[in-house]
Design a protein around this ligand. Structure first.
Ligand code: ADP
Length: 258
């Protein structure tokens, strides 16, 4: 975009030049488009469960005679959709908090083994429900990493929750943490459904899901990995995915100590 203006010399009452301001708006336009796309995705994602909830509430109001089993079925759907809305709103708020409040979050020396163990304590019952074996291999003398502990635990939480969600009954999840060459490496490996090569570059995008219906059914919001990516970036780290359809996936997070 080029802005031009005539520059006048008022005393002499004559024009002596043209001022041109050249501004590259490609980047601005890209950001604006991303923002618009996000708002439209959010509206769609929120509207779907809301439409279902209000539709079924109407049905309950209209049907004056309804048997107990039908009434329970409708209430179960309303409960499922309400839970989904709660998760979506939580994830949207988390994402915006990570993006907007970078400097405000308190940083400490994080005891890696202790904070991963706290997350795994919450993951264990989910894995047990699906008869999934958890193998944990975290070094005892790992150096503390500096950062915000809530965000650090959120990385582990989202990766482990996904590993459980996308692994069938009787599978196995291996969680490892090691230090090497001034980096902390955390790996979450599963024997789940795997991710196709063409999908791997896209799974960190907001709301991208390989199989929308499956993700929705198992309670996914499509924001978990976008949150992980943002936090890893905040730690100046990197994340890598190795996966094979039908065999399983491994997410490796590499965080620098300095
Ligand atoms: P969701 O809430 O749908 O799980 P995420 O952002 O956490 O959203 O993940 C995006 C998509 O990446 C998922 O919908 C799923 O298709 C795929 N995915 C993530 N983790 C795994 C995994 N461990 N195994 C297989 N697919 C996965």
């Amino acid at each position: 975009k080029v802005y031009t203006a005539l520059v006048e010399n008022k005393e002499m009452k004559e024009m002596f030049g043209v001022l041109a301001v050249i501004q590259d708006i490609t980047e601005m336009r890209k950001l604006e488009n991303l923002r618009k796309e996000f708002v439209s995705n959010v509206s769609h994602e929120l509207r779907t469960p809301l439409t279902s909830i209000s539709g079924f509430v109407e049905t309950l109001k209209k049907w004056t005679i309804i048997n107990e089993s039908d009434r329970m079925k409708i209430l179960d759907i309303i409960e499922f959709e309400t839970e989904r809305l709660k998760r979506l709103i939580n994830d949207i708020l988390k994402l915006s908090e990570i993006e907007n409040m970078k400097l405000i979050k308190e940083k400490t020396n994080i005891d890696v083994k202790k904070s991963i163990s706290e997350v795994l304590y919450l993951i264990k019952p989910l894995a047990e429900n699906k008869n999934i074996q958890l193998e944990i291999n975290i070094g005892d003398n790992l150096k503390a990493i500096v950062g915000n502990i809530d965000w650090f635990q959120q990385i582990i939480m989202n990766l482990c929750e996904n590993a459980v969600k996308y692994t069938v009954e009787g599978g196995k999840i291996t969680i490892k943490a090691t230090s090497y060459d001034e980096y902390l490496f955390i790996s979450v490996k599963d024997t789940g459904v795997g991710i196709g090569k063409e999908d791997i570059p896209r799974i960190f995008e907001r709301f991208y899901r390989v199989d929308k219906a499956r993700s929705r059914q198992i309670g996914g919001t499509g924001l978990g990995l976008a949150i992980v990516k943002h936090i890893v970036m905040e730690f100046n780290g990197e994340i890598e995915v190795k996966s094979e359809v039908g065999k399983g996936s491994e997410f490796i997070v590499k965080l620098p100590y300095v």
